[in-house]
Design a protein around this ligand. Structure first.
Ligand code: GAR
Length: 205
């Protein structure tokens, strides 16, 4: 399975996925490309150090559809089947979502559907929540929205700052994202085996 990863910044979730593919923890897969919508994303150098192709497709001053069309073309050119958003901070257009049905996933640092969007940890602490966490989910056209694949919870401690809470959740994010990708790759392989069985059956009858 060819995986494409989209980033906008630090890229620690991207690194977790790239390393899990390289070690075989995510089996029989390859990270075909890491694409950033920002030229100064720190994650780009981390992907290059790991020998992964990187591309910058800047969003600045462009319409969403036009920007997305260029990203979709780059992913398709490389045979990408699964798209992982890893701190990619732009909503996808309907065209992008339709180009990879059920094959785009995202990670978000809250227990969705609670706290989509930005400044999550500030809002969680201000609301006096006792628990928070992260969610890996399928992507649709809405912000941080779509069927949940898995979640991991952490406690919110009385003296937490947005930074300490963010760090506790990020530690869980990396493992959660690897686990979610393994889960959907298993499902995709089962689907493609099923299609082969059905194709073989219809070819014989
Ligand atoms: C992560 O915490 C991720 O969950 C969040 O951005 C951070 C990216 O960090 N994503 C969102 O908020 C999506 N709405 P990273 O670049 O180190 O992976």
């Amino acid at each position: 399975m060819e995986i494409g990863i989209l980033i906008s910044g630090r890229g620690s979730n991207m690194v977790a996925l790239v390393d899990a593919v390289a070690s075989g923890e995510i089996p029989a897969s390859e990270v075909a490309v890491v694409i950033s919508d920002k030229a100064d994303a720190a994650g780009l150098a981390k992907a290059e150090e790991r020998g992964v192709e990187t591309l910058v497709i800047e969003r600045k001053g462009r319409k969403r559809e036009e920007h997305d069309a260029e990203i979709v073309a780059a992913l398709k050119d490389r045979g990408v089947e699964i798209v992982c958003l890893a701190g990619y901070m732009r909503l996808l257009s309907p065209m992008f979502v339709r180009a990879f049905p059920d094959r785009i996933i995202n990670i978000h640092p809250s227990l969705l559907p609670a706290y989509p969007g930005l400044n999550v940890h500030e809002r969680v602490i201000a609301a006096g929540e006792k628990r928070s966490g992260c969610t890996v989910h399928y992507v649709d056209e809405l912000l941080d929205h779509g069927e949940v694949i898995l979640q991991r919870e952490v406690p919110v401690l009385p003296d937490d700052t947005p930074e300490t809470l963010s760090a506790r959740i990020l530690e869980q994010e990396h493992g959660a994202y690897v686990e979610a990708v393994k889960k959907i790759l298993t499902r995709e392989r089962a689907r493609s085996e099923q299609r082969e069985i059905e194709y073989g059956f219809s070819a014989r009858h």
